[in-house]
Design a protein around this ligand. Structure first.
Ligand code: NAP
Ligand code: ZN
Length: 352
């Protein structure tokens, strides 16, 4: 198969900074769309992968799964988009399409394993997949999203991961008018969770451990802010929430948040991957029919639904646009929770 050399930004080892490199993309197949990448959001998962926080990173690694670009080529069978259209790509570029999950538009839970936009297995080349910190990407049309025409392109990029990851649990747990929703952590996912829950009609509370983010949270649409390190403030919301979306990337004590769930309430973890410490106490769960759950991004149809909803409601991410060369500094700021509220790379900076 014909391969194309593509300029990208990635890392050769967990301890190494990201730098410019050359990767290879497959030629456009009949169902493929080639996209010139204009903007790519920076997700905390990019950092986890670059630094091998979860183990299993294949190097060189080129992260980036909040991609917005312009279609530059289409395969003969493509019907979804045409050359010149704007296109989005999120966290998935392939799945089996035949298993029960895929048939029910839940490609993210593909029973044979979906293909991540980066650090997945390139179906045709057998190499790792390379993400959006690059000039171009080639993706099967099924996994390419249509971008609402009224939204700012750079600020739309984070919807492809931060948006769908928070939208999916809001929809699954049927959040609407009258729902009481809380969000833990005001970062990329957290700020989208606030905006989307509010637009769905919920009353929204932010749990943050960072005093100083209160004003921003209210501006983003939160009705209240609870500083999670303040015991009195935590007590004041005991038994209140129908749904809590916990976006914290690191191990943390979930029990104080379970106490703030209503009877039948659910706390859904979307951030931290691993064993909980301290252990989860089942007593309040059993006595209040409360649940602790998890959720992974969202399927392609649901991602399109979210993008269309954002188009209708004029919702985008609050972003800080950076050059590709500033990525290492952006990662350091993300670790310090110093993101207001998503970094997006202007991919024009990768060109000479
Ligand atoms: P982010 O922008 O860095 O935001 C995380 C926020 O969590 C921070 O701003 C901070 O908010 C809070 N936080 C950080 N460390 C904390 C700690 N030790 N204890 C308590 N709170 C802490 O990250 P993100 O891009 O939103 O991603 C969040 C997590 O979701 C990452 O682990 C990422 O890998 C994961 N993720 C999961 C999925 C999925 O499908 N499930 C998809 C995308 C990302 P405050 O300052 O307000 O406390
Ligand atoms: Zn992500």
């Amino acid at each position: 198969m014909e391969l194309k050399n593509i300029k990208a930004f990635g890392t050769a080892a967990a301890e190494a900074p990201l730098k410019e490199m050359t990767i290879q993309r497959r030629a456009v197949m009949p169902h493929d769309i080639e996209i010139e990448i204009l903007y790519c959001g920076i997700c905390h998962s990019d950092l986890h992968t670059a630094r091998n926080d979860w183990g299993g990173t294949i190097y060189p690694a080129v992260p980036g799964h909040e991609i917005i670009g312009k279609v530059t080529k289409t395969g003969a069978e493509v019907t979804k988009l045409k050359v010149g259209d704007y296109a989005g790509v999120g966290c998935l570029v392939d799945s089996c399409r035949t298993c029960d999950s895929c048939k029910h538009d839940l490609e993210q839970y593909c029973l044979t394993g979906s293909t991540g936009t980066y650090n997945g297995k390139e179906k045709y080349l057998g190499t790792q997949t390379f993400g959006g910190y690059s000039e171009k990407i080639v993706v099967d049309e099924h996994f390419v999203l249509k971008v609402p025409s009224n939204l700012d392109l750079a600020a739309t990029a984070p919807l492809l991961c931060a948006g769908i990851t928070t939208w999916s649990p809001l929809r699954h747990w049927k959040v609407g008018k009258g729902s009481k929703v809380a969000v833990v952590g005001l970062g990329g996912l957290g700020h989208m969770a606030i905006k989307l829950a509010k637009a769905l009609g919920a009353e929204v509370t932010l749990f943050s451990r960072t005093p100083g983010k209160e004003k921003d949270a209210l501006q983003l649409g939160a009705d209240a802010v609870v500083i999670s390190t303040d015991t009195a403030q935590m007590k004041s919301v005991k038994g209140k929430f129908d749904l809590i979306i916990d976006t914290v990337p690191n191990v943390h004590d979930v029990n104080p948040y379970v106490a703030t769930l209503s009877i039948n309430g659910t706390l859904v973890l979307v951030g931290y991957l691993g064993k909980l410490e301290p252990l989860l106490n089942t007593v309040p769960m059993i006595l209040g029919r409360k649940a602790v759950a998890g959720s992974l991004i969202g399927g392609i149809a649901e991602t399109q639904e979210m993008l269309d909803f954002c188009g209708e409601h004029n919702i985008t991410s609050d972003i800080e646009l950076i050059n590709m060369q500033d990525i290492n500094e952006a990662y350091e700021r993300m670790i310090k929770s110093d993101v207001r509220y998503r970094f997006v790379v202007d991919m024009a900076s990768l060109k000479p």
